[in-house]
Structure formats: C-alpha cells, structure tokens
Design a protein around this ligand. Structure first.
Ligand SMILES: [Zn+2]
Length: 439
C-alpha cells in the first residue's frame, strides 16, 4: 500500500478561475499575516506563536469588517496554509530549512483542500463552493477503486493550472525479483553510466530551449519594472522555464521507470539492486561554471525517483558516501591513483596495467562498495565479501525488499560462488569484488 499523488492539468471555467484566484489570494494573505505575527513576537520578546494561536487569530480576522472577504472562500485552504507555516517553522527550528519567506503574488500559489472541502463523485472533483466539476484532463487513470484524500490546486508562475490528487494505492506493484545488480555513476559529460557499460548523454533538446530562454531573459531585462510589457515578458520567461523543467523530468522518468517499456533505460525494471552515490547537488551548483550543466542532469530528482520507485516496485536502492574515490580506484588490484583531473577520461593502472574508462570504473566501484549491505551478505556472508568496508565507503540501504531477501536466501545463498561465476561470464566487468585479491 502506497500513498501516491497524481498530477493533472486542468482548465478552469471563468467562474472557477475567479474563485480559485481569490482563494489563492486569501491563503497568501493569511499566511503572510501569521508569519508577520510570529516574526514580530520573536523579535520583541523571543516569543513563539503556536499553530493553535494563529488558528484563533484566523477566526478573529474573519470577523473584522475590512477582511470580510475571507468568508467568501472555503475555510479549509486557509487553515491548511497555517499548518504549512507551522511545518515551515518546525523545519527552521530543527535546522533543516531557512526562515520562512513571505508569499508573493507572482509565484502563484497552491491551496490545499482536505476531504471536507471537496466532493468526489462519478470520478469527478467538485471543490467547495463550485457548482461544476473541475475540468481535469485525465492524462492517465487513477488506480482502480482509489478515492482522493487530499487535493492540491496549483497555479504556477507560468500561469498553468494543475491539480494533484493524493490517493491511497492498495495495489501490489512489486515486480518479479531479478538477479541483476547495477552501479550508477552520475556525471556531466555522460549523465549516467552503468556498471554494465551503458552510458547516457544529456538530452540535447535542452540547448535549444536555453537559447530561447536567454533571448527572453534579455528582453525582460529591457522592460520597465512593473509595466504591462514587463509582466508579459516575465510570463514568457516562466513558460520557457516550465518547458525546460518538463523535458528534464520526462527524461528522468524514462531513465528510472515508466509503464511503457520502450524507454531508453529502465533502471528499476531491469535491476534488482541499484547502487548510487549520495551527491550534494545543492553544494555542487554553487560552482557557477557548472551550475547549468549540473541542473540539467537532474541528479537529485533522479535519485529521488529511484528511491520511491524502488519501494513501489520491490527493488533495492543503496546510497554510498559521497567522498568515496570511485573513479580513482582500480577495480582489478585496488590501487588508488592520487590525482585524476576532470579532463582525463581514461587511464591505465600503474600497478597492474589494466585499462579503465573513468565513468565505467566509477560505476563498477560504486557497485562493489554498495553490495556488502545487499541481500546475500545480510545473512552473514564471509568477511572477504565485505569489500565495501575495506573500500572505506559509508553505506546506507534504502527501500530493501524483504520478500526478495528471503527468496535470495532460500534460492541463491547456498551456491553463491556458482552464481558469482555465472555473472562473471555474462559481464566480465560487472562483479568487481570477485576479481579483487584480498589485502
Ligand atoms: Zn590495478
């Protein structure tokens, strides 16, 4: 059973658009007012204002004469807005996030409707105070028998309306277990290299959009701030940015898993265990020369998708520490070269002479470092196999499929060496730890 959100575009009628715009405005106003109160309390006497107190304030604000328009919209999104503010403060106090910002009109908004604020009838969504159902473009089907529990309407900067329906999916999506394991190296020259030698470039169509974006941004910079032409130009920029985001996301989904099996690479479908490096993308984009290239790679989203899809489809995702010297280590003898500048794509090991492609060797090493925590060794495999520990990587399993573990145990542990031998024949490079002498 998984909680999943399904996002759809919709095109509101003029009345709906009017009501939704007013709702977004009210949610923003309440959020900003509550944030102002909390900020003031903190600066004046280091006081903290709780969610309950802001909720009581909302009741009193609604009674004020100059704020009586607050009662014209559904009260649930206003309440939810205060809850989101509470979450923002919890995240701030625990050090996970920065201090909450005021919401701005130009960023659109996303009012959230819980069960009491909408009706689900004959597969249609009726929001509170709306007579007609939302004209949703059902680009795919909701899981059969599922009923939305929460609905979020979103108006983006580019002026698009979308709605995401949170449903409880009771289906068992787990795929048939497989034996294949793969290590992934994320890079810029090739976006993704797998330990079985496949590599995938950045999607080229983004370059065209980047040119368009640059022109639009230049044109925006020439407009007078606040003028109508400024607003039009800003919308144009936002639309191109949305398109770039769409293509990135589309490509990432096709690499990880989509229902259509003709996609270029389907990591989740093809592999039982996937090992990735745990990258700090936020820190990496601080390098201005590489920021765009890194953003285009969508690494964070790729790992996020692998994470939740692994859980849905009964696969295993393992993340290894980010400072692991993956491309500098020889997979045959374990020798680690001291320096390996980014422009060197391939190298020969000075110790044993084997030839290595930088990206492929990285993915092989990543796989070797991640494997000790995966299925077989979890049952006490021999210490020689705990290669990852001797490689010095910190390893963290994510979304381990218990059923597969048990199966792996019953079926394969007994003849582990034979299994390893078979894998070796199929892909000589894929199982690095077998060919490495014990030091
Ligand atoms: Zn070597």
């Amino acid at each position: 059973m998984v909680d999943a959100s399904y996002k759809f575009r919709f095109y509101p009628t003029p009345e709906q658009e009017n009501l939704l715009l007013r709702t977004i405005g009210c949610v923003r106003l309440i959020y900003n007012k509550a944030l102002a109160v909390r900020t003031q309390a903190w600066y004046e006497h280091l006081g903290r204002v709780s969610y309950k107190q802001t909720s009581a304030m909302l009741t009193s604000w609604k009674k004020q004469e100059d704020l009586d328009f607050l009662t014209e919209v559904s009260s649930v999104p206003l309440q939810q807005g205060l809850r989101h503010l509470q979450t923002a403060f919890t995240n701030f106090f625990s050090g996970r996030a920065k201090y909450p910002n005021f919401k701005k009109k130009r960023n659109g908004g996303s009012p959230e409707f819980t069960k009491s604020a909408f009706k689900w009838k004959d597969g249609q969504v009726y929001l509170a105070k709306c007579a007609e159902p939302l004209p949703i473009r059902w680009s795919r089907q909701l899981p059969p028998g599922s009923v939305p529990t929460t609905i979020t309407v979103r108006l983006s900067q580019s002026g698009r309306w979308s709605v995401s329906l949170r449903v409880n999916d009771t289906r068992d999506l787990r795929l048939k277990p497989r034996l294949k394991q793969v290590g992934i190296d994320l890079g810029i020259t090739s976006l993704l290299t797998t330990s079985d030698g496949k590599s995938f470039a950045n999607p080229k169509n983004l370059n065209k959009l980047h040119k368009k974006l640059r022109l639009a941004q230049k044109s925006l910079s020439r407009k007078t701030k606040g003028s109508n032409n400024y607003k039009k130009a800003r919308l144009k920029v936002a639309r191109i940015q949305a398109k770039i985001k769409d293509s990135r996301l589309d490509y990432t989904h096709k690499l990880t898993y989509v229902a259509n099996p003709t996609a270029p690479l389907q990591l989740i479908r093809e592999n039982q265990t996937i090992v990735v490096e745990d990258l700090a993308v936020k820190n990496m984009v601080k390098n201005h020369k590489l920021a765009r290239a890194i953003s285009d790679c969508n690494w964070g989203e790729l790992v996020r998708q692998l994470d939740y899809k692994a859980e849905w489809y009964g696969r295993e995702l393992i993340k290894i520490g980010r400072y692991f010297p993956s491309s500098k280590r020889c997979s045959s003898c374990g020798h680690i070269v001291e320096k390996l500048p980014l422009n060197i794509r391939e190298w020969d090991c000075p110790e044993c002479g084997s030839y290595h492609d930088r990206d492929i060797i990285a993915s092989i090493n990543i796989l070797a470092a991640g494997l000790p925590v995966s299925a077989p060794v979890a049952h006490g495999g021999d210490p020689q196999d705990r290669a990852g520990k001797s490689l010095g990587a910190t390893v963290r399993p994510v979304g381990v499929c218990v059923a597969f573990r048990r199966k792996a145990c019953a079926k394969h542990i007994g003849n582990k060496s034979r299994q390893a031998g078979a894998m070796k024949q199929k892909a000589p490079n894929s199982d690095a730890r077998e060919s490495r002498p014990v030091s």
